[in-house]
Structure formats: structure tokens, C-alpha cells
Design a protein around this ligand. Structure first.
Ligand code: SF4
Ligand code: SF4
Length: 445
């Protein structure tokens, strides 16, 4: 079996054995959900309901004008208890719609479905893109970019390849893995729909070799269903699932600095997003739930869970046997790119691929030492940057040099900080530097 990869990168311990063999379980309906009006990159939604309204699962409850946005839907049937600002897993307080479960008397099975073409194969790309937009589908691997925008590239950027991102290279996370094993046919049909929308393009399925059952299952079903998709096994290396690395590994095409995969004729969607596109077009279901890995040594029974969007993290952790007395930190996402959480009332959002509960001390609690010029961070950086220099320019507020040395090419993968023997929080510094440089550019224009 040939395996493809990119240059540099790191090999963190995987910890995937905690959940990789565990079938997806459905979370019992929560008492309440909190649906943020912004779960995507772009314009936040305005509420379409008011306090006291009854809502049904699948009902659109927030939307906005404009191209780069995505509507939100009720993930349970019930009553709108309030609309206000609540803690968000990305930080700060964000406007959310609080729905209390089951107060309508409606059957818990009732659900509002999307208006969609009866035969997707005869539908135009525009009709299919409209359904994807109405379903509120965003990049569910964590990016949160509205999927309908990615599926409608500008005419001067012809697309000839679609890559299903099945890498899931972050330690601990296994939700995409389980979906590839358990929902194989639906994901493949989702790929076929995407390839039809994009026009003449070839489909590729990139999966890291540590998911051999998913590779085998995909290969078998591609052949059995006569798809012309190529299954590409990839070396287990972080950040193999970063879009630019994936395009390089699968197609040997290099996305230019500051560019996007569509600049080299490629669209990439992750497994959850592709399954959501299938569910919207074939079953008329908007994004009201997602599969999330809830794991870590802070839990008695880590799981892969299908949970309603808006379910509080605490409900998910409790369902997995959280032992809070021993938990030292909880992340949304994996430990490489994830965000530490300080309030477990925050809701699951469309981009929550994992919740990781750990006993070990937070990174910030480990004593930072001076840089010893070892060069490990430079050797690890998949974007060929010099992380130590970027951190230093940020510390010295030299933002012009920061931009000149490519800070905007940083994909914030965390590989540099992972290998640093001095425990210097390089990514945090680079993130601060990026924000400052961006603010400087805005105020200068
Ligand atoms: S500088 Fe950015 S891209 Fe390079 S390793 Fe660090 S976080 Fe990743
Ligand atoms: S890895 Fe850490 S100690 Fe080594 S050069 Fe980079 S910043 Fe300095």
C-alpha cells in the first residue's frame, strides 16, 4: 500500500485507542439547548423567533442576509425560554437562543425538513447549493466556513479535484473515523453530490493509515458502488489534515502562500461536512446534530456521541462519566489546536469535533524556559516558517517584520510549541502577533 505525505510535521501520541473502536451512541435528549447565532465564519444570524415561541426540531430559528453566513435551526422541539448572551466555547459571550425541551407536547420525533429537489441527479448545481445553504452546513472539522460558499468557487478558479478529508490527525479524536466506518455509503453519496455541484472533478479520499478499517471499508464500498473515487492512504503525521498539507500529500500540488486550495483547482471538505451535505440533499435534514468524540483520562467511559447542537458540554461529559474532582483541563477540539474551556455550560456547536477532558496540568502551568536556539520549531513547521522569530517579533511589537516573515501563512497547527523543549507558547504568541498585524493593516487602510 503506497502512502502519501507532506514534508516536516510532528508525531504526537495519538490516544485514539480510547474511542476508535466505540460505535457512535446517541445522547439522550438534553433538558435545554443553547443555539449560538454565530457558529460560522461570516455574518452572525438574527433570531427568527421570540421568547415564549414553540419550536420544532429542524425549524430555522436564525438567519442573516449576505453570502458568507449560515442559518441555525432548532435542535430539539420545545419552547424558547430566552434569547441572550451566554458563554461560547470560542470565548466570550455570544447571543444564543435557549430552548427548553419538550414543552410543546409535540411528538419528540416531529421534525421540519428542508424543501429540496426530489431527484438530486436531475437538479442544477444552483438548486443543490441553495439546499446546502438552507441546511446551515459549515466546515465541521473546526473551520466553520459556510459550505455553500466553498461549493460555488469563482468562475476564474476552475476545480478539477475534490478531496474528502478523512485524516482526523488531532490526537484523541475519532468521530470522523467512526463516521467513515458506520456511514460509508452516505459519505460516498455526499461526495458524489459534491462532485456533481463542482462539475467535472475527480474525487479523492485521504485517510491516515492508523484508520485501516476505514480505508478498507471505503475501498470496498467504492468498488461495490462503482464510484470512480481514489482512496489515498496517508502517513500518520500531524498536521496531515490541514487543507494545504492534504492537497500536497494527495495531489502533489502546492497551495501558494496566502492562497486557498481552490487556487490549485481543489475543494476540500471533511467527513462530517460531507455527511451533512448528504443528509440535507437526500433526507432534507438541516444541521441539528453532529458526532463528537468526548474523551480523555478525565472520563470513566469515553465515547463517540451523536448529540444535538446546543447541548451543554457538561451534559456530554456527565454522560461519559466525568470525574470533575480530578479534571485539570477541558478542551474543545484536540490538544494541538483545541481551545481550553473554563465554563462547562458552553454548548456543542457545529464545529465541535471533540471534547477532551484531561487530568494533566494545563500547558500554561508548565514552567517556560528561555529559547536555547535548538531549531526544533523550525524543523517541525509544515509551512516552512521560523516560529521562534515570529514569536520574538510579536514580543518586540515589530509587526512589519512579522508580516514580511510570513505570519499570515501560519495555520496555527501548534507543531512548533509541541516540540519546543523550553515550553515556549509559540502559537499563542504568533496568534497575538497575527491579530495585532491585522489590526495595524486595517487601521492603515
Ligand atoms: S509557526 Fe504556525 S504553521 Fe508553523 S508550526 Fe507553528 S503553528 Fe504550525
Ligand atoms: S524549539 Fe523552542 S527552544 Fe528551540 S529554537 Fe524553537 S523556540 Fe527556541
Amino acid at each position: 500500500m503506497n502512502t502519501a505525505t507532506f514534508s516536516r510535521g510532528v508525531h504526537p501520541h495519538e490516544y485514539k485507542e480510547l474511542t476508535s473502536h466505540k460505535p457512535i451512541e446517541k445522547l439522550p435528549a438534553p433538558e435545554s439547548v443553547f443555539i449560538p447565532l454565530q457558529q460560522h465564519i461570516g455574518k452572525p444570524c438574527e433570531p427568527l423567533v421570540a421568547k415564549g415561541d414553540t419550536v420544532t426540531t429542524g425549524q430555522k430559528i436564525g438567519d442573516a442576509e449576505g453570502l458568507v453566513t449560515a442559518p441555525v435551526h432548532a435542535s430539539i422541539s420545545g419552547v424558547v425560554k430566552s434569547i441572550g448572551h451566554f458563554p461560547h466555547p470560542l470565548g466570550g459571550r455570544v447571543e444564543m437562543i435557549h430552548i427548553q425541551n419538550g414543552s410543546t407536547g409535540a411528538s419528540s420525533d416531529s421534525e421540519i425538513l428542508l424543501d429540496r429537489p426530489s431527484d438530486w441527479e436531475k437538479a442544477s448545481p444552483e438548486e443543490l447549493i441553495r439546499v446546502v445553504r438552507e441546511a446551515g452546513i459549515v466546515g465541521m472539522g473546526g473551520a466553520g466556513f459556510p459550505a455553500h460558499v466553498k461549493l460555488n468557487p469563482p468562475p476564474d478558479k476552475p476545480i478539477d479535484a475534490f478531496i474528502l478529508n478523512g485524516c482526523e490527525c488531532e490526537p484523541y479524536l475519532t468521530a470522523d473515523h467512526r463516521m467513515m466506518v458506520e456511514n460509508t455509503d452516505e459519505i460516498l453519496l455526499g461526495m458524489a453530490i459534491i462532485c456533481k455541484i463542482l462539475g467535472k472533478c475527480k474525487g479523492y479520499i485521504g485517510i491516515e493509515k492508523n484508520k485501516s478499517d476505514a480505508i478498507q471499508r471505503m475501498q470496498e464500498r467504492v468498488e461495490a458502488l462503482h464510484y470512480e473515487f481514489a482512496v489515498v492512504p496517508l502517513e500518520v503525521k500531524y498536521p496531515q489534515g490541514a487543507e494545504k498539507m492534504l492537497v500536497q500529500s494527495v495531489l502533489k500540488r502546492k497551495v501558494p502562500a496566502g492562497g486557498l486550495p481552490l487556487d490549485v483547482g481543489v475543494v476540500v471538505h471533511n467527513v462530517g461536512t460531507t455527511l451533512a451535505i448528504h443528509d440535507a440533499i437526500i433526507n432534507g435534514k438541516p444541521v441539528t446534530q453532529r458526532v463528537v468524540t468526548v474523551t480523555g483520562d478525565g472520563l470513566r467511559d469515553p465515547k463517540n456521541i451523536l448529540a444535538p447542537v446546543g447541548a451543554p458540554f457538561q451534559d456530554l461529559l456527565t454522560y461519559c462519566g466525568e470525574t470533575m474532582s480530578e479534571t485539570k483541563q477541558v478542551f474543545m477540539g484536540g490538544p494541538m489546536m483545541g481551545l481550553a474551556q473554563y465554563d462547562l455550560s458552553v454548548p456543542l456547536v457545529k464545529t465541535t469535533s471533540g471534547i477532551v477532558s484531561l487530568h494533566q496540568e494545563p500547558v500554561g502551568a508548565i514552567r517556560q524556559m528561555p529559547c536555547i536556539q535548538c531549531g526544533n520549531c523550525v524543523s517541525a513547521c509544515p509551512m516552512n516558517l521560523i516560529p521562534t522569530r515570529l514569536a520574538r517579533y510579536t514580543q518586540n511589537q515589530r509587526y512589519t517584520e512579522l508580516v514580511d516573515w510570513g505570519v499570515f501563512n501560519c495555520i496555527e497547527c501548534g507543531s512548533c510549541a509541541f516540540v519546543c523543549p523550553s515550553s515556549i507558547p509559540l502559537v499563542q504568541w504568533i496568534r497575538v502577533g497575527k491579530n495585532k498585524a491585522r489590526q495595524g493593516q486595517k487601521s492603515a487602510s
